[in-house]
Design a protein around this ligand. Structure first.
Ligand SMILES: [Mn+2]
Length: 268
């Protein structure tokens, strides 16, 4: 049947009010599993496992989860830069290999391991808009803390935390600039501020998909401020000093469920 679709959406309608499925109309993002690259750090193995578990548990679309492990990338010869003093995790720079690791095809997500997903990732995938090279939460963020996690130095720079969860349009011509050579050579400023892109190539996602513990706040009664994905950016309950942090109970609950499921698997 023809002529029965979205004619009621005029050009004047705010894109944010459109049903994302309709605004994406003819693009089927579910054809192949959606690739999710999670930054892996051996010091935060449990954080990775719980993040992965929370994604798989809630997802209503096929997803493929790939940890970004620095030692493996070094073995493969795609990562060779020396570790700098300001790198708080092993994936500080290797995260920018996401389009390369996805063969510069389709959309893929990078996310830090210190996230806990409360909602179905399909809701996020539905926000994808092919006109952008990347999409992320545009935090306006000046951290007050001077150290993070286990004492690594906290630095302040524009677009801080934007790179912690990014939807990459891996097939976008601009992202072909992110070759292993560039990722291994360029400065933190160039990479973390997306300086290979123009401002209008960086799409925006609601902050609830990268809800920064200690920075973002829930407004009582306003559902649009409820986190869909919690980012324990200062350190999460897997570190002794952060075991009582805000939303820490949700992470601990997920950990217990994950452990229980892991034991059940072994028994089967
Ligand atoms: Mn993080």
């Amino acid at each position: 049947m023809s002529g029965s679709t979205e004619s009621h959406h005029s050009n004047g309608v705010d894109a944010k009010t459109l049903d994302p499925k309709l605004s994406n109309g003819n693009v089927n993002h579910n054809a192949k599993p959606f690739k999710i690259f999670i930054g892996y750090d051996p010091r935060e193995d449990l954080a990775y496992e719980v993040c992965r578990y929370s994604l798989l548990k809630k997802s209503s679309i096929p997803i493929e989860i790939i940890p970004i492990k620095q030692c493996e990338l070094r073995q493969k010869g795609v990562y060779w830069r020396e570790r700098g003093k300001l790198e708080s995790t092993e994936f500080s720079f290797s995260r920018f290999l996401t389009p390369y690791l996805a063969n510069y095809e389709g959309w893929a997500m990078f996310v830090d391991c210190d996230f806990l997903y409360l909602n179905d990732i399909k809701e996020l995938v539905d926000l994808i808009d092919d006109k952008y090279a990347v999409m992320c939460v545009h935090h306006d963020y000046t951290p007050k803390e001077t150290t993070k996690m286990d004492g690594a130095v906290q630095t302040v720079y524009p677009r801080k935390n934007w790179s912690s969860m990014v939807l990459y349009n891996c097939g976008h011509p601009k992202n072909k600039l992110l070759t292993p050579e560039v990722v291994n050579k360029e400065s933190g400023a160039f990479l973390h501020r997306f300086q290979w892109l123009e401002d209008n190539e960086i799409g925006e996602i609601p902050f609830v998909w990268n809800f920064l513990v200690g920075h973002n706040k829930v407004v009582e009664g306003d559902k649009s401020t409820f986190p869909k994905s919690i980012h324990y950016t200062l350190g999460g309950p897997w570190f002794e000093q952060w075991k009582d942090c805000e939303f820490g109970d949700l992470w601990v609950k997920e950990l217990e469920e994950y452990k229980k499921k892991a034991i059940e698997k072994k028994v089967d």
